[in-house]
Every structure is written in structure tokens, then in C-alpha cells.
Design a binder for this molecule. Structure first.
Ligand SMILES: C[S@@+](CC[C@H](N)C(=O)[O-])C[C@H]1O[C@@H](n2cnc3c(N)ncnc32)[C@H](O)[C@@H]1O
Ligand code: SF4
Length: 458
């Protein structure tokens, strides 16, 4: 199988380019004052829309595979303290934002936002509605664990304005879930989806993970089948990222026995084939969307974009103002990350109103490079003249900033993964499977960093 050969050949650790530069470049020379300055600067820069992200760093139970910024919820009192800090932070940040701009995206993630009493979420949503104006087509989304989701919750969330939901399924096989300490869905997923649709949710996504203990290509195919039969609009098959040096809980999974790299690759390929056969279009490496989904249309028009909250279109994205512990704001020329520990975040917000711990301010060259990397990663295409025009510089300067050297791409060209065009570079469908390895050759920072910091693609 040609796809398998390509992945085996290029499956090297490398950045996922969820941001450029990747988050391991952020440092603590960036602080609150920088963030405040950057918010004010962002008011007159593009994108002109606003995207808000709210992080809820708690889960009632911790899955051993989890790589998210979350912690075990030990006391209900902490939730009230956390939300009081979150509301204070919103007030502080909102006072610096030009709120004549429209919100096009709100995303709640975690942790498990739907595991806290929903009146806390409602309080924040009321505060946001009072302080900001919404685009009529705003996307309001929450990542939910179906273990804690009821039909009443769905109706309540719809009343608050939510119109998209991502359900963390991971696997339908309860033995797999037991092995990773995850509580199964409270209700059958097809019933939840039916309720979501009748409550007016227009976008439903399912998350799956492959590479967990007890998973095999055969039983993972059953999970994928069940996921497709539930007819979500989008689906993600995450490769289990095993980074025990970051998350010590993951060592438990080593003892249970992880699938071999060959089996893991087969799970990825089987899922991909099944999804494509059923009419889902691949978005990037491991995301899939229905043919009529706005992401699929945006990919066709080379208008796809990505921020820390996932894929979106270039029209929909705003500058991202993020609230809560560990959350990362993405402004036009900077990233600002909050303190990671929820207890410390609460204390610092109560004292100072801001909790920026580290970040990164991009140089002009890095802004240009980010644009090139984003185009390649999202749309598999870059036109250097267009980028030059956008930044009002010469094409030769763009080529110089990304250290463009056609010689670096010989292997990819010989394997039919990319084409060098007069105006730039085009990644073919097969090449999108190893797109981050391609993008690394346009990243002047990639050469200097230890590869050990990243997990493999698959
Ligand atoms: C914040 S969780 C989603 C909401 C909720 N907490 C849940 O688990 O259903 C975000 C997603 O990250 C993915 N994820 C978590 N840890 C991962 C890991 N180590 N490797 C790959 N994907 C992971 C899971 O698919 C999960 O659904
Ligand atoms: S995967 Fe979701 S539910 Fe499980 S620990 Fe991570 S954030 Fe919590």
C-alpha cells in the first residue's frame, strides 16, 4: 500500500504547527505587560473579528491517556472560585478590547466543560453577551464528554446559544475505555446526536483516538463504523500521543501494553479508507468533514485556517482571546499563555486580574513564515507572490525568510508528494499525510530544536 510506505518513510517526530512558532518556543520573558500592550495593538490589526476561548481545567475522573491541561476535580467549591476568577479575567481583558468588533467564534474546552454545573457556564455566557456583539453566524461550541451529558444539558446549552458540539468518544469498546480509566457515554451516542439536532445544533463532531491498549485494527474498525453510522458532520481520529515525560499517568498504559506501531498505522489507514468511502473529506492529516461542510468547501477554495481550537475558515477566525488556566491567546503578532495550575491561576487572577505566564512576540520575518507554514499545513498550497503582496514585500524576501531551497524537496518530489510551481509549492493528496515533515523544510527554526520534544505523526 503506497500510503503506508510514505508514512513509514517520513514518520519522524516534528512540530504539529498548531501554532507558529510551536508552543515550546514560548518563554517567560513575555509577561502581563506585553499581553496588555498586544491586546491594545490587536484592536487595529487583522483579523478584525473576535474569537473567544474558555478553558475549564477539571474532570471528574482522569483518563490515563490524556494529554490535555486538566486535573481531577477534588472539591466543588473550587469550581465557584475558578469561575469567579474567569469572570474577573474577562472583565480585565474586555476593558482593553475594541468591542465594536464582532464575535465569530466561541469555544469552550478543557478538561470537561460539561462536567461542571451549567449555571457557571451560563453566567459567563451572559457576561459575554452583555459586553460584546455577536456576528449573526457566530459559531458557539463546546467540547463535551458524553459520560456526563444529559438531554436536559443539551437543551440548556442550546438556550445559551451553543450551536456546535464536539463529543469525546475515543472508542466505543467499553473494554478499551476501562483499560484507560474512562467512563463510557451515559446515553447511546446516536440518541445524543438526535437530541442535539432537534435542539438546533448545526455542527456535531466526534473525537476518536487510535493507539490505546486493547485496540486492534479490527476492533477499531468497528468503532469507526459506529461513529460513521451516527452521521456526525465532522470526525477526528487522533493518533494517541504518548509523551510520558509530560504526563506521568501515561506510564500506566505502557504496562497495559500499547499496540505495535504497525497496528497503529493500520488503524489510521483503515479509518481513513472507511471515512473517505463514506463521503467524508480528509482535512489535514486526521480530521474529516462531510462534503458540504464549510471546512471541506474552504479547503477546496484554499481558504482553510487553523488556530489552537482546531480548523476553521479564514473568514470565521478572529484574533483569539483565551481565558482560564493554561489557555493561549493568539493575537496578530503574539501568543500569551496563562499559568497552567488552576489553583495558582485563581490566586493570581484574584490578586492582579491577569495570569499571563509565558508567551512569544513574533518578529516580522516570523509573521511571514507563519503565513507560509499555515498555508502549507492547512491548504497544501502556497503562492509566495501572494504572501509577498499581503505583507507588502518582495517575493525574494519571502523566499529568504523561509530559507526556500528546492533541493530540500527532492525526495518529496521524487515520491510524488509535492510539486514546485512557478508561483510556489503544491502538496498533493498523498503528501498531506506527511505535511508537517514538508512544512519543517520551510521553517528556519526547525533545524535547531531537539526532535525528542515532539511525538510522531502517527
Ligand atoms: C478536552 S478533550 C475533549 C472533551 C472531554 N474532556 C472528553 O474527553 O470527552 C480533547 C480531546 O483530546 C484528545 N486527546 C486527549 N489526550 C490525547 C492524547 N494523549 N493523544 C491524542 N489525543 C488526545 C481526545 O480525543 C479528546 O477528545
Ligand atoms: S480526555 Fe477528556 S475526560 Fe479524559 S482526562 Fe482528558 S480532558 Fe478529562
Amino acid at each position: 500500500m503506497i500510503e503506508k510506505e510514505i508514512i513509514l518513510k517520513y514518520n519522524q517526530p516534528g512540530p504539529r504547527y498548531t501554532s507558529y512558532p510551536p508552543a515550546n518556543y514560548f518563554d517567560n520573558t513575555y509577561g502581563v505587560q506585553d499581553f496588555e500592550e498586544n491586546i491594545v495593538e490587536s484592536n487595529i490589526m487583522g483579523p478584525s473579528h473576535l474569537s473567544l476561548y474558555f478553558h475549564v481545567p477539571y474532570c471528574p475522573r482522569l483518563c490515563h491517556f490524556c494529554g490535555c491541561n486538566t486535573s481531577l476535580l477534588k472539591s466543588k467549591d473550587r469550581i465557584a472560585d475558578y469561575f469567579s476568577a474567569l469572570r474577573k479575567e474577562i472583565d480585565k481583558v474586555a476593558s482593553l478590547i475594541d468591542t465594536s468588533r464582532l464575535i465569530t467564534q466561541i469555544h469552550w474546552g478543557g478538561g470537561t466543560p460539561n462536567s461542571v454545573p451549567l449555571q457557571f457556564i451560563e453566567g459567563v455566557m451572559e457576561q459575554v453577551k452583555a459586553r460584546f456583539r455577536f456576528h449573526p453566524d457566530a459559531e458557539i461550541a463546546m467540547e463535551c464528554s458524553p459520560a456526563y451529558l444529559t438531554f436536559d444539558d443539551i437543551d440548556l446549552l442550546a438556550d445559551m446559544g451553543f450551536n456546535r458540539m464536539s463529543l469525546g468518544i475515543q472508542d466505543f469498546n467499553e473494554e478499551v475505555l476501562l483499560a484507560v480509566n474512562r467512563k463510557p457515554s451515559r446515553y447511546p451516542v446516536e440518541e445524543l446526536i438526535r437530541e442535539l439536532r432537534s435542539a438546533g445544533f448545526s455542527g456535531i463532531n466526534l473525537d476518536l483516538i487510535y493507539g490505546l491498549p486493547l485496540q486492534t485494527p479490527a476492533n477499531f474498525a468497528l468503532t469507526v463504523r459506529k461513529a460513521i453510522d451516527a452521521k456526525p458532520d465532522r470526525l477526528v481520529t487522533f493518533s494517541y500521543a504518548h509523551v510520558p515525560w509530560v504526563n506521568k499517568n501515561q506510564v500506566i498504559l505502557e504496562k497495559k501494553g500499547l499496540p505495535s506501531p504497525e497496528d497503529k498505522l493500520d488503524m489510521f489507514l483503515i479509518a481513513r479508507r472507511m471515512l473517505v468511502q463514506d463521503g467524508y473529506a480528509p482535512i489535514g492529516l486526521d480530521h474529516y468533514a462531510r462534503e458540504d461542510d464549510e471546512l471541506t468547501v474552504a479547503l477546496r477554495n484554499r481558504h482553510l485556517h487553523r488556530n489552537f481550537q482546531g480548523y476553521c475558515t479564514k473568514d470565521r477566525t478572529g484574533q483569539v482571546y483565551a481565558f482560564g488556566s493554561s489557555s493561549i491567546s493568539q493575537l496578530f503578532n503574539s501568543y500569551a499563555q496563562n499559568i497552567k495550575t488552576p489553583d495558582m491561576y485563581i490566586d493570581v487572577i484574584q490578586q492582579k486580574g491577569f495570569a499571563t505566564e509565558r508567551g512569544y512576540r513574533l518578529s516580522f520575518k516570523e509573521l511571514v513564515t507563519r503565513e507560509v507554514i499555515n498555508e502549507v499545513m492547512c491548504n497544501g498550497y502556497v503562492d509566495f507572490s501572494q504572501i509577498a503582496k499581503h505583507f507588502a514585500i518582495r517575493k525574494t524576501e519571502v523566499l529568504d525568510y523561509v530559507k526556500f531551497d528546492p533541493g530540500k524537496f527532492t525526495l518529496f518530489i521524487d515520491d510524488g508528494l509535492i510539486e514546485i510551481l512557478p508561483e510556489g509549492l503544491k502538496v498533493n493528496r498523498l503528501g498531506m499525510m506527511v505535511v508537517r515533515n514538508i512544512a519543517m523544510n520551510l521553517d528556519p527554526l526547525a533545524a535547531g530544536k531537539s526532535e525528542k520534544k515532539f511525538s510522531k505523526t502517527i
